[in-house]
Design a protein around this ligand. Structure first.
Ligand code: ZN
Ligand code: ZN
Length: 596
């Protein structure tokens, strides 16, 4: 998402390319009102650009010092006055040369620069009251239409996104069609802050970051449990669909990247290393090496489809300023696979794959949505190949009964694709998975199979990842569950709490039973009050606490307390162990223990 905003920012010629939905129009109009308020308070501040973005808007201002939180409040106050005055937005046109003079006279040098970059005889302006801005529109009819808004934060941003340019000060805000929507959004923001995976990652000892390795996590023992459980989950499903797992080198001679085309088109994103006078690179993706594995043997039409999976550890040279926790990293592990098939198998492969994807996300209570991107203007391959590939994608979506959006022209030059977003517990969409048909890779690597007629033919390659990357997916899951992972994923699944040290013997019996059943259990025998230890287990989001005292020892039971805070009372130890192992084996999304 940040990418798209940044791209638009860079491309801006002064005419906002905002989408014209009512909400985007409202938000963009609110940015004009904010600019008006800023100019009213500090007339020397220069205005630059102010588009609508996902969930809100921003405006970049040129002035010496950043905006303080108190200043944001003052700006909001003036904005409310402007809204109350209900001034109409009025459109006018001006010859380009006049507009340059108009803004130069007002000292708005950034606007002058923008207009100088516009190749048109006239430009359009919008005024509300004493404020006039260069803009293509559209806007709401008058400032009174802006009902529910809030300024959120301020940060530095370079003019045109280029660090060689002056630093501007950006104010972010949000605006909604009703107060109710705004309240809901602010609640989600608060909740998202509490769920921030960087914060939870540290609190729950999942992973950490150190500045010696920007964009690459240090996985801690608790976090590695998540990685290992997800790997196990993935491998079980892939084995069932007859995938073959491979693992290919990370550090690879540039000759491979020249063969694949990455050297020409992707070099800037690759880390390079000189070894014995030759250039090597850390792989940014796994495709070329999967092609090597395919090519090492003579393949017959009967060998296909061949599904090669790889937990591919990749590196991409993302700019340090864009790195964000686990969701934007330099080093990541893709749950990658390359499916090599005959053209007549493409449809079935895609259908099977979408079935897998659907089942996969269901296990995490994530709601997927599908987008199909079709042929761009510049592309390789024949129209017939594209027809077949696009039809196969359409049909596989339909046969799985999946709704999908269409993105005409948005496919890669080498083939159409399905992108999959998931929406989490807060309703936020994350783009994680992709299924791409590749017509180019087999051509470039001269991949072949011997067909039934004895002739060599090119297979089709499908690239796909379902978690996307383990790093990003675990970041998303951590926020989705607010750190309270379902029992099968939880680093610690149960904690045994003796009421006092008198019951240590029995607590040890319970603990040993759990460990023997391969439940990840801990025994909290600290010399602390029971209430303190219960709160601590809740803070650590341990699914179950098993409290034991005299009565429990007597009856061979435990007092069961899920992390949600209820007290489910005494349950027979045998049953607790059986139910808990059952819940874990079923990878249940909810805590079911003691509720049957
Ligand atoms: Zn505008
Ligand atoms: Zn690939």
């Amino acid at each position: 998402m940040a990418d798209a905003v940044e791209d638009r920012h860079l491309k801006l010629t002064g005419e906002f390319d905002c989408d014209a939905t009512p909400l985007a129009t409202l938000r963009h109009s609110t940015s004009h009102v904010m600019a008006q308020a800023v100019k009213r308070l500090w007339p020397d501040t220069k205005v630059t650009i102010g588009p609508s973005i996902d969930d809100g808007f921003y405006y970049d201002f040129a002035r010496a010092q950043p905006f303080t939180p108190e200043e944001l409040e003052r700006i909001e106050g003036v904005m409310r006055e402007i809204v109350k005055a209900d001034t109409p937005f009025e459109r006018s046109e001006m010859p380009r040369a006049d507009a340059i003079k108009f803004f130069r006279d007002r000292g708005e040098t950034y606007k002058v620069e923008i207009i100088e970059g516009i190749d048109a005889p006239t430009v359009s302006l919008y005024a509300q009251g004493d404020f006039i801005d260069l803009c293509r529109g559209p806007h709401v009819a008058s400032t009174g239409a802006i009902k529910a808004f809030k300024l959120l934060s301020s940060s530095g941003a370079y003019w045109r996104g280029d660090e060689k340019n002056p630093m501007l000060w950006r104010i972010y805000g949000t605006a909604w069609l009703s107060q109710e929507d705004l309240d809901q959004y602010l609640w989600r923001l608060e909740e998202a802050k509490k769920r921030d995976h960087r914060k939870l990652g540290r609190e729950l000892d999942l992973f950490d970051f150190y500045d010696v390795a920007p964009g690459a996590p240090f996985w801690l023992p608790n976090g590695m449990i998540l990685v290992r459980e997800l790997e196990k989950f993935a491998r079980e499903r892939l084995d069932a669909q007859d995938y073959k797992e491979i693992s290919t080198p990370m550090l690879v001679n540039k000759r491979l990247w020249e063969e694949s085309g990455h050297w020409e088109y992707y070099q800037d994103n690759m880390f390079q290393v000189e070894v014995e006078g030759e250039i090597f690179s850390l792989k940014p993706m796994n495709c070329p090496e999967a092609a090597y594995v395919y090519r090492r043997a003579l393949r017959s039409y009967r060998d296909l489809p061949l599904r090669l999976s790889e937990m591919g550890r990749d590196h991409r040279n993302e700019r340090s300023g864009t790195l964000t926790g686990l969701v934007r990293v330099r080093q990541f592990t893709q749950d990658d696979a390359h499916l090599f098939c005959r053209p007549d198998q493409l449809q079935d492969e895609l259908t099977l794959l979408l079935d897998l994807v659907r089942d996969w996300y269901k296990a995490f209570d994530l709601q997927p949505s599908y987008k199909l991107s079709t042929r761009p203007d510049k592309r390789m391959g024949t129209d017939a190949q594209w027809d077949d590939a696009e039809n196969a994608l359409h049909e596989s979506l339909r046969s799985n009964g999946l709704q999908y959006a269409l993105n005409p022209g948005d496919g890669a030059f080498y083939g159409p694709k399905i992108d999959i977003d998931v929406s989490d517990a807060l309703g936020r969409a994350w783009q994680i998975a992709t299924i791409q048909v590749d017509l180019n890779n087999p051509e470039r690597f001269k991949l072949e199979y011997i067909d039934a007629d004895g002739q060599p033919k090119r297979p089709i390659v499908i690239h796909r990842a379902i978690f996307g990357s383990y790093e990003r997916f675990i970041g998303i899951l951590t926020e989705h569950y607010a750190g309270a992972f379902p029992t099968w994923l939880a680093p610690v699944q149960a904690r045994v709490l003796p009421i006092s040290e008198k019951f240590m013997d029995y607590a040890k019996v319970v603990y040993d039973r759990l460990r023997a059943a391969r439940v990840r259990a801990e025994l909290d025998d600290r010399n602390e009050k029971l209430g303190y230890r219960i709160r601590d287990a809740q803070m650590r989001k341990v699914p179950y606490m098993l409290v034991v005292g005299a009565r429990e020892r007597e009856a061979n039971t435990v007092s069961l307390r899920p992390r949600t805070g209820e007290d489910l009372g005494a349950v027979a130890l045998d049953r607790v162990v059986a139910d808990l192992t059952g819940e874990i084996a079923a990878r249940s999304a909810t805590l079911t223990e003691g509720r049957a």
